[in-house]
Design a protein around this ligand. Sequence first.
Ligand SMILES: Nc1ncnc2c1ncn2[C@@H]1O[C@H](COP(=O)(O)OP(=O)(O)OP(=O)(O)O)[C@@H](O)[C@H]1O
Ligand SMILES: [Mg+2]
Length: 510
Amino acid sequence: MTPPAALPALEVRGLVKHYPGVKALDGVDLVVKQHEVLGLAGENGAGKSTLLKALVGLVRPDAGEIYVRGERVRLRSVVEAAGHGIGMVFQEQSLVPNLTAAENIVLGSEGRGVRGGLYRWDMMRELAQEQLDKIGSHIDPLARTDTLTFAERQMVEIAKVLRIEQRSQHAPVIILDEPTSVLESKEIETLFTQIRRLREFASVVFVSHRLDEVLEVCDRVSVLRGGRSVGEVSTAGAAPAELHRMMIGSTGSEDHYHGNAYPRREEPLAPMLRVRGLSGKTFRDVDLDVRAGEIVGIVGVHGSGREDVCRALFGAEPLAAGEVTLAGEDLDLSSTRAACAAGIGYVPAERKTEGMVGPMSVADNMTLTKQKARCSGPLVVPRKQASLVDTWIERLSIRTPHRGTAIQRLSGGNQQKVVLARWLVAGDIRLLLLDHPTRGLDVGARSEVYRLMRELAANGVATVLLADSLEEAIGMSDRIVVMSDGRATAEVACPAGGKPTPLELVKEMV
Ligand SMILES: Nc1ncnc2c1ncn2[C@@H]1O[C@H](COP(=O)(O)OP(=O)(O)OP(=O)(O)O)[C@@H](O)[C@H]1O
Ligand SMILES: [Mg+2]
């Protein structure tokens, strides 16, 4: 008999899942060993989330088997999966916005937080605090979830899933589907420390499109392509390019990973955006200049206020003071409609809540601004637009059965591509505000987005970029502005021939 310690924590054999028009899983095999951190890599739409949802009972496979420590199981619900010690942090967040962090953490598994159907606030707070302490988070457990930032909510999700430790008598399997996509580097470090700690008493499955991260935190990586398992890589000594090759089945360039490979114009044109003394709830006295054809990165740690500056420039954040002109004309930033009309495009980081209309088709989502700007009637896509939409589906390799498919049925990364494409389709943009535009995109889509950003810049668009990483900020920007505590504190030139190193940039940030 095999000794129990040698049994895999989890094993998947021949898993198949069909959706109308798509074979999301096409006979996937996967082994998660005990006490390992297993990475799961694959392009957007490869089937990662579908596979992981099957492991927590949210997706009912058409065929195939799942074994937990050698025993065949059927997982029909999240509760059943939790009973087997399997829990997941989702790619799309699942917290209840008008409850506190503590309620969200304890929700559904109240235990000693509830007595006789009543919440015991003191206990619940204590329980939540224990979970938050585990991941070294300083979030107030009594804060309402909708007052927290995306990154903070992500930490709450992780704190919540860790409660599974108490649920099962076996070592748990914790699944993290793109947990780092919106975290800042310091928070990512905290999370990685936590993941390494988890390994001592659990197994972890980790998904990220940042391949360097996958290699850093995982022991082993399993690669999916088109719903099939295509191989495994041991992370010791492996390079991102090697992993990427397996994901796409051919060669890729590592430079594309950070945007360094893109040609830029020599001389920026005339001033486009001019901001003086901009003040709002979370930022003060911000000056910012972006010329036509220039990409300016804003970097800053969590709480620097840079996201709110972007939102304010799109008319989505109340302003206390400041002068803003675009191509010499005063800008009306009282509403997003006015900002749109002035030729400002904005790609929000939270595309799920701010960027898309779930039940509407890919085509409608992609042409939303165009139609809004023209105040046209019902959302019908004329033939000319249909071909435009198809062009973008192809350019960004958006994996969808059809332009008429509801966007909510696409994989997370493919949804993001559609929202991004909206601004590229719009065409008459003068200022583009990009809040983490490559978040959740695979390496191929990422390099296409970099190329497009450069193309737009070459056409005279002024771009403000809140990058996914310092490397991306350095690779893509012509100039970088550092923000800290709501103020612009430094500026770093970032010309093609004389890029700063990430370390040099960090020195400016502290
Ligand atoms: N509920 C659904 N209805 C229809 N099709 C779906 C549904 N969920 C996923 N799909 C399709 O299944 C395929 C795999 O999607 P999945 O979400 O598993 O990809 P992924 O590897 O997680 O991608 P990403 O990196 O973009 O998150 C995609 O083509 C997607 O459009
Ligand atoms: Mg996914």
